[in-house]
Design a protein. Sequence first.
Length: 151
Amino acid sequence: MGEVNLFVNSMGYKFLEHTADIKILVEESNLDEAFKTSAMALKQVMAENIEVAPKINRILTLEEKDIKDLLYRFMEEFIYLLDAEDFLLSEIVDLEVNKDSEKDIFVLSATISGDNASDYKFTNDVKAVTFSDMKIEESEGKCVIQLVLDV
């Protein structure tokens, strides 16, 4: 099986061939957009083409020393919110990743919206995000993220 190209809401991501899990490749113009698109690709895996109403807003603030750790925690947050709080992502309203040089950490601030997952019927189960094959590459005008989801 070759690559499966899937572009949702004009976002640049595609699912890549992987033996047991789901590998996602994201290409965006900057790190903030790449993080947003990564989350929306995760939502697509979890709930396929279900349109989720943006009824509930939440604020996320995450801090990590390493940018890959920050991506991991950000993605895992959506799995946690679904499992523990019945929250299903609709959209990333606002997101910003900054480097706090004084504390030597990366800080992610985001406003997300979604709805109660119990109001929707879907069957896909994402167990976890993995560090396997995870990449974050930035160059001028382009950011590429690759990650694998354990399903």
